[in-house]
Design a protein around this ligand. Structure first.
Ligand code: ATP
Length: 225
């Protein structure tokens, strides 16, 4: 059992995880290593505000996340799946999630881990100014987003992040930090995984523990042979 107490730096990685795939797991490994986090939480959305509704149930998506985490000895004590969004009103807004987690976890700083595609939309998120007062940002490269867009996008957000070359990171007027990590994206998405499964193909970048769960529960149109 991992203690949630006295974690200094906690990463919050939200998503649909419908299902979790190797790209998510590799991203988590890199973020833990490169940002020196003590704990990283996968936070499956109950019903995300910005996306289509998930195909698999919340219960199944959590079970797949837990199977994937348990299968990674290098995640022990450092990575957990949080159920926080299950008890929050629908749709789940990140500001509510972060406020709820601050009640549950004693941490010095929380960092929100988002893909660069989400950074470009962050300005429209619900109560984004309050959200960015509560968290640092870790932005992860997505192949679809040109690196040149990152700095202007950060500058346009409410804390008006400024790049500090000495620290090689952005600092907001509220003292909050933003980092950009590149070179860690695997060419895979949950949509491509679901399409493979629907067509009876075993997706190469689907962790085997997750594939076994999908087989057992005949999810995503997978037909047991
Ligand atoms: P879908 O294809 O259903 O839209 P997805 O694969 O993008 O799903 P999400 O659950 O929406 O998965 O992603 C959660 C977070 O993980 C997002 O911030 C997204 O940018 C990031 N992410 C997803 N796939 C990758 C990947 N291959 N490499 C790095 N980050 C990823």
């Amino acid at each position: 059992m991992v203690s949630w107490k006295n974690k200094r730096l906690v990463g919050l990685f939200g998503g649909t995880f419908d299902p979790v795939h190797q790209g998510h797991l590799d991203l988590v490994r890199h973020v833990l290593d490169r940002c020196g986090l003590d704990l990283l939480l996968f936070i499956p959305a109950n019903r995300p505000p910005h996306k289509r509704q998930p195909v698999a149930s919340f219960t199944d998506r959590v079970a797949m996340l837990n199977a994937a985490i348990a299968d990674r000895p290098d995640f022990t004590e450092q990575v957990l799946c949080s159920l926080v969004e299950h008890k929050l009103p629908i749709p789940s807004y990140t500001i509510h999630t972060v406020q709820a987690l601050r009640e549950e976890i004693e941490a010095e700083r929380f960092s929100l881990v988002i893909g660069a595609d989400s950074l470009l939309e962050l300005g429209q998120w619900y109560r984004v100014d309050e959200l960015l007062d509560l968290v640092d940002l870790i932005v992860v490269q997505r192949g679809t987003v040109d690196k040149a867009l990152i700095s202007p996008a950060l500058t346009a957000l409410p804390p008006a992040y400024e790049f500090h070359p000495g620290y090689r990171r952005w600092i907001g007027s509220n003292g909050r930090l933003a980092d950009y990590l590149d070179g860690i994206e695997l060419p895979v998405s949950s949509s491509s995984i679901r399409e493979d499964l629907r067509n009876g193909r075993r997706p190469p970048l689907l962790p085997s523990a997750v594939f076994h769960y999908i087989q057992q529960h005949a999810l995503y149109g997978w037909k047991p042979s």
